[in-house]
Design a protein around this ligand. Structure first.
Ligand code: NDP
Length: 240
């Protein structure tokens, strides 16, 4: 029985990752970190009674992480997989960016991954096993204009992943990252013309589906990926 903790689990990607973890591992126990939005995550927990629970978690608060991890360990005795998925962007040109907007995006996307890894490493080190998958973004590698805050945060996630993977490799813990391109979730809301223009720039000529990112995350979290650590896996239809 493997225990999963997935953050931002009410969102498009988080919900897809949690659903596949529940469906592909019939004896998995899945904890869903939720903040404001909860409906989708609660509906998923109802579909899998006894195997799936929603727990309030603002990923920018270390105390909430520590409470979450102690609850999981006291209930299940272990924590096998952490998926740092929660995140979001708030775009704008740097010259006009208020410092609060910079800090908020860094906190949501990068500080959160530091807190999550720190809190979850404690049981994983004790177990001498664990899988951490950090959801970064293609923006970390492409660094588009208008996303200095988000691109810097997600590039930080890539560097954190690679550095941490070396710190914990000998303890049986792997740390990997996925970089999704344009995936059809709520964050991608755009006008029809912009959507068509975006699609025309993707070699596969379509947006990605949340399930396609979830498959990559669950592969990196699986026993099949036992010799993979520090990897940065693009899921982008061939953009980069
Ligand atoms: P969604 O907006 O659908 O989901 C984002 C989730 O993150 C929401 O559940 C949101 O919860 C949660 N979240 C945001 N801030 C916090 C916080 N401080 N504490 C707890 N939860 C928080 O977006 P996606 O599912 O598309 O995005 C998931 C991840 O994938 C993000 O890290 C995003 O940057 C990344 N990504 C997405 C891409 C895409 O094209 N969709 C492309 C590249 C990367 P709440 O309801 O409380 O706001």
């Amino acid at each position: 029985m493997r225990t999963f903790l997935i953050t931002g689990a009410n969102g498009g990607l988080g919900h897809a990752i949690a659903t596949q973890a529940l469906q592909t591992e019939p004896d998995s126990r899945v904890f869903l970190g939720v903040r404001r939005g909860r409906e989708r995550a609660e509906a998923l927990a109802e579909r899998f009674p006894g195997r799936c629970s929603c727990i309030p978690l603002d990923v920018t608060r270390l105390a909430e992480w520590e409470a979450m991890v102690s609850r999981i360990v006291s209930e299940c005795g272990r924590l096998d997989v952490l998926v740092n998925n929660a995140g979001g962007h708030d775009d704008g040109l740097l010259a006009m960016m208020p410092p609060e907007k910079w800090s908020q995006v860094i906190q949501t996307n990068l500080d959160s991954v530091f807190y999550g890894c720190r809190a979850c490493l404690s049981p994983m080190v004790t177990q001498r096993s664990g899988r951490i998958v950090n959801v970064s973004s293609l923006s970390a590698l492409l660094a588009p204009p208008g996303q200095t805050n988000y691109a810097a945060a997600k590039a930080g996630v890539v560097a954190l992943t690679q550095s941490l993977s070396k710190e914990v490799a000998r303890l049986g813990i792997t740390v990997n990252s996925v970089c999704p391109g344009y995936i059809e979730t709520d964050v991608l809301a755009m006008a029809a013309a912009a959507r068509q223009e975006t699609i025309s720039r993707i070699p596969m000529r379509r947006l990605g589906r949340p399930e396609e990112v979830a498959m990559a995350v669950l592969f990196l979290a699986s026993p099949a990926a036992s010799y993979i650590t520090g990897a940065i896996l693009k899921v982008d239809g061939g953009i980069l």
